[in-house]
Design a protein around this ligand. Structure first.
Ligand SMILES: Cc1cc2nc3c(=O)[nH]c(=O)nc-3n(C[C@H](O)[C@H](O)[C@H](O)COP(=O)(O)OP(=O)(O)OC[C@H]3O[C@@H](n4cnc5c(N)ncnc54)[C@H](O)[C@@H]3O)c2cc1C
Length: 470
């Protein structure tokens, strides 16, 4: 149920900050335990980092998170339960790689899937095996307790990659592949963060793969519907246009010791779950103020930079040329492309990502300039037909006031082993959820869902705890 801001709000057991996948999953879990809940959402819509865009043709298309894949059980089961159907993405044909000024065709099979050549392919395969083997040793519940945690946390992911991938082209490819996963340069997060994050999704191989990987499935009509349909099923109040500014915890014995201020109204409750992205959560006003280590954990979980483009064409012309639509480029701003056609339309759709330092360079351009630059790269990849799009949609997530970057956050060197334990640990009556706090599929929709449920279970346990005998 969605209502408007209510200045005379009555107290509830739990206030949830944010109506993304994490906040709505938490709300549902709490409701099922019989607790009263109010969700306060800053935006005029639910869904957070998942958002519906629409071409003029009427086709709905995702401006934010879109793919689901195997082992994302929470998201897949929730989508099915909400009556949403998934479809497998198109992946027939050759992949293109642009590197060192050359156009290379991947064979699509294990021998040379990406077009790195026999030696480059073998070196990259060895690198992926090593990453995944090392990632398996990471303690996902407590990354700071992993073997060699201090050493891995003291070096950047970039240093780790350079030390472990001897082939130059494979190494450059690895850095770009990682940038497509983290939306950040490998110099910007620690090796421990890289290994934790990849481990949370089942390894680099799974995360970078289309079929049998993180990019295998989409939801018919758009993945944002997971949040929209979840919101419809929830009986709790969901207050839109209600940016939370302050959370005050009282030390007294009153029944509702927490006051959450949003849009001029105060909402009193017993517990709060904050699901806003950590950097955004760090900027709220807390009383008592957050301790230094907690503030550092939130404020230093820095999101990546990504501008996502959806480009509609009359038809999927690349398929006729024997291409699957997947392009990786080490030479261009548009480093990653996929075929993004949907079953409800005959039109061709490509999704293009500008990530990391390229996204920061694009940030100062107008939307028209960005669109022209993207189409320029697409013409380079696919030929003149790519120069005649019907429409280009785009979203710069770093510009979004209540997100400030995507896909998820990252820790630079020295953070996991110092302030890492504070990221998800409750602070008094405040609990923390959101994709960045997940142990499985951290940074993904699946992780957001499980994080919301985990925080809700913490609250249920705390509120139903029997008083200790005198
Ligand atoms: C371009 C892009 C592509 C992605 N691709 C994929 C993908 O293919 N597959 C995948 O699984 N994941 C993908 N992701 C990541 C995925 O979308 C997120 O991990 C997930 O949606 C996060 O959910 P969340 O609930 O943790 O956070 P959010 O969705 O960020 O929800 C937090 C909510 O808090 C609200 N909020 C913020 N500040 C306040 C405040 N002060 N007061 C009240 N409310 C506030 C926000 O408006 C937001 O609604 C992608 C993300 C982006 C942006």
């Amino acid at each position: 149920m969605i209502i408007k801001t209510d200045a005379t709000a009555s107290p509830v057991d739990v206030v949830i900050v944010g109506a993304g996948a994490a906040g709505l999953s938490a709300a549902r879990e709490l409701e099922e335990s019989g607790l009263s809940v109010r969700v306060l959402e800053a935006r005029a819509r639910v869904g957070g980092r998942t958002e519906c865009g629409q071409f003029s043709s009427g086709t709905a298309i995702e401006l934010g998170g879109q793919w689901l894949g195997p082992t994302q059980d929470a998201a897949l089961e929730l989508a099915a339960e909400l009556g949403l159907s998934t479809f497998q993405v198109h992946d027939e044909g050759k992949t293109l790689l642009f590197a060192e000024g050359l156009r290379r065709e991947g064979t699509g099979d294990a021998d040379d899937a990406f077009g790195l050549g026999a030696d480059g392919s073998a070196a990259f395969a060895r690198f992926v095996e090593l990453v995944d083997e090392t990632a398996r040793s990471i303690d996902r519940a407590s990354p700071w307790l992993s073997p060699e945690a201090k050493r891995l946390d003291s070096m950047s992911a970039s240093e780790w990659v350079d030390a472990n991938c001897e082939h130059e082209l494979a190494r450059r490819f690895a850095h770009v592949m990682l940038a497509t996963i983290f939306a950040a340069e490998s110099t910007e997060y620690s090796a421990l963060h890289m290994l934790f994050y990849l481990s949370s999704g089942g390894g680099l191989h799974r995360m970078m793969t289309t079929i049998d990987g993180a990019q295998e499935l989409r939801v018919e009509g758009g993945t944002h519907q997971i949040s929209e349909k979840l919101a419809e099923r929830i009986d709790s109040e969901i207050v839109l246009n209600a940016p939370v500014a302050k959370i005050e915890q009282s030390q007294s014995e009153e029944q509702y010791p927490v006051a959450v201020t949003a849009g001029g109204a105060q909402h009193h409750c017993k517990r709060v779950i904050v699901t806003a992205p950590p950097v955004i959560a760090s900027r709220l006003d807390y009383e008592p103020p957050l301790p230094a280590d907690r503030f550092t954990a939130l404020s230093q979980m820095i999101p990546g930079d990504v501008i996502k483009f959806q480009i509609e064409y009359e038809k999927p012309f690349w398929r006729e040329a024997g291409l699957n639509g997947t392009v990786l480029s080490l030479d261009h701003a548009v480093s990653l492309i996929y075929d993004n056609c949907v079953p409800s339309s005959d039109r061709g759709i490509l999704v293009a990502f500008v990530e990391g330092h390229h996204a920061r360079e694009f940030a100062s351009m107008t939307e028209n300039e960005r669109a022209r630059a993207v189409i320029g790269d697409l013409v380079h990849y696919f030929g003149h037909e790519a120069g005649e799009p019907l429409e280009v949609l785009q979203r710069n997530w770093t510009e979004e006031q209540y997100t400030r970057g995507c896909y998820g956050g990252r820790f630079g060197t020295g953070l996991w082993t110092t302030v890492g334990p504070k990221l998800a640990e409750p602070y008094g009556l405040i609990h923390w959820a959101g994709a960045e706090t997940a142990q499985k599929w951290n940074g993904y929709i699946d992780g957001a869902i499980t994080s919301g449920r985990r925080a809700a279970q913490e609250v249920v346990a705390a509120l139903t705890e029997k008083p200790k005998p005198e």
